[in-house]
Design a binder for this molecule. Structure first.
Ligand SMILES: [Zn+2]
Length: 70
């Protein structure tokens, strides 16, 4: 039944120091806080974005990916 592909991994770029890290995104929740492992900044989503991945990663979060498929 599922030929729709949700990509759960994304590379998140810290807006403070530019550090890139590949992270696994939860498929059923939005990640609102993310701590950069390089500069220890607590990253929050931009205004109107649902999570840090939508704001700073190279890929939208699984929830948004799902919405786009509908
Ligand atoms: Zn950082």
């Amino acid at each position: 039944m599922s030929d729709t592909k949700i990509e759960a991994r994304a590379t998140l770029t810290c807006p403070m120091c530019g550090f890139k890290k590949e992270e696994e995104m939860p498929t059923n929740a939005c990640v609102y806080f993310y701590k950069c492992s390089n500069c220890n900044t607590m990253i929050k989503p931009k205004e109107k974005e649902c999570c840090v991945f939508c704001s700073y990663a190279d890929r939208k979060c699984p929830i948004k990916q799902q919405e786009q498929m509908l």
